[in-house]
Ligand binder design. Structure first.
Ligand code: PLP
Length: 420
């Protein structure tokens, strides 16, 4: 399939570059092609030149229901007629809080926010306040937002700031250790008595979608209890995606605090910090968490509608079946084209790259992947009408059906032929 021109996208991008650095409003988008989309519908995107794309990026995860869910958007539009923020409680907040807590099933309290980045910060602050300790343990290759105390890259076992201009010493408060390695974790906790929290992406969706080995999350839980450390699950990607109850449900391990975002509000900007009453109620005892736009009417309307849809007609079986067939189809095409296309992860959030087929279990294991070859493939895929992230993650939504499956595999086949 050949795509039409992207003349209008090009013109719009040129103008955008005069308005905003790089023509994009998030640095992550600098890695992608210069494209201007006009609209999304279900699992498809349409650009301003009339080209259509099957979408497995889903806005970096939020569009679990597919794009432009009419139920969610109608609820937001209807409720927004009341206004947006009042600097006080409004009539939708309790309903949003109830459905949220009932859906995740393990926490006593919730605080809504706007982004995963900020809710992660609130979690870390609460852990410090509760323990009187300063430091955190986290795992190489995870992402917990773009602020100075969490943005980091690890190459060859050396962790460094992820940005120019970042205060490097803000990372001094963190012990970075490999994922899926209980021995190193035990040694780290025994060697230091200043650890307030362990923060973990229960599935390392930001590093090859690496899953926890059997018992690893349970061992983290056990060690946190033993050492009086707060366990924080960063469920910004996994929440409502890997199961209705997120990683807590899927892996059967309960944290003290967890952060949610992305999939919880049908594409609208909402995050949440949830946890035990004991920890969360510190927010009335001197620990500050604030935000002008927190729990706005549109945000609460989006949460109520999205979680209502996910609870009434859980799409997880369908999503899992689609993702499994897709992973298998990608593997078969790799073999047919004799290229080392590999994948791992869960069917609803998996990672594709070039490299050896064996599963990797920590960030160091991803060093052998040929990321630049894969990024090149995503550019070819884009030319063939497939929208995926250059960094390798594929997200599946409730709106992906047989049609998309056939289409994406045909287009991948064509892209691999073009690459050869
Ligand atoms: C695991 C994780 N935590 C936190 C964040 C930050 O969320 P946001 O981009 O909403 O600030 C992300 C974003 O991708 C994420 O993947």
């Amino acid at each position: 399939m050949s795509h039409r021109s992207r003349t209008r996208s090009g013109e719009i991008h040129q103008r955008a570059q005069q308005l905003t650095p790089g023509g994009v409003h998030s640095n992550v988008r600098l890695a992608g092609p210069r494209i201007c989309f006009e609209r999304g519908e279900g699992a498809r995107l349409y650009d301003v030149d009339g080209n259509e794309y099957v979408d497995y990026l889903l806005g970096q995860g939020p569009n679990l229901l597919g794009h432009a869910s009419a139920v969610v958007n109608d609820a937001v539009a209807r409720e927004a007629r009341r206004g947006s923020v009042f600097g006080a409680q409004h009539v939708l907040e309790n309903a949003a809080g109830e459905v949220f807590l009932d859906t995740i099933g393990w926490a006593d309290r919730v605080r809504f926010g706007l982004t995963g980045t900020e809710s992660d910060q609130a979690a870390l602050r609460l852990a410090r306040a509760a323990t009187g300790r300063t430091r955190f343990v986290r795992f190489e290759g995870t992402y917990h937002g773009w602020l100075d105390n969490v943005l980091a890259t690890t190459v060859d076992g050396v962790t460094a700031p992820g940005s120019v201009g970042q205060l490097a010493h803000h990372l001094d408060d963190t012990y970075f250790i490999p994922y899926n390695n209980p021995e190193v974790l035990r040694e780290t906790l025994s060697a230091h008595d200043d650890i307030a929290a362990i923060i973990v992406e229960p599935v390392m969706c930001n590093s090859a979608a690496i899953q926890p080995k059997d018992g690893f999350l349970a061992e983290i839980r056990r060690l946190c209890d033993q050492h009086g450390i707060v366990l924080i699950f960063d469920e910004v990607i996994t929440g409502f995606r890997v199961a209705l109850g997120g990683a807590v449900e899927r892996y059967g391990v309960t944290p003290d605090l967890a952060v949610y975002g992305k999939a919880m509000a049908g594409g609208w900007p909402v995050s949440a910090l949830a946890g035990t009453a004991e920890l969360m109620d510190q927010l009335t005892e001197g620990v500050v968490h604030a935000g002008t736009f927190n729990s706005s009417i549109p945000a609460c309307a989006a949460v109520i509608a999205t979680l209502g849809l996910l609870r009434d007609d859980p799409p997880y079986g369908r999503i899992e079946a689609h993702g499994s067939k897709l992973i298998e189809g990608i593997r078969e095409l790799g073999a047919a084209h004799q290229v080392p296309l590999r994948s791992q992860g869960l069917p609803m959030a998996f990672h594709v790259s070039f490299g050896e087929p064996e599963l990797v279990h920590d960030h160091a294991g991803t060093a052998g992947f040929d990321q630049s070859r894969y990024a090149d493939l995503t550019r070819t895929l884009f030319e063939h009408g497939v929208w995926v992230a250059p960094r390798g993650i594929w997200y599946v939504s409730a709106a992906h059906g047989e049609d998309e499956l056939t289409t994406v595999l045909e287009r991948l086949d064509a892209a691999l032929t073009a690459e050869a």
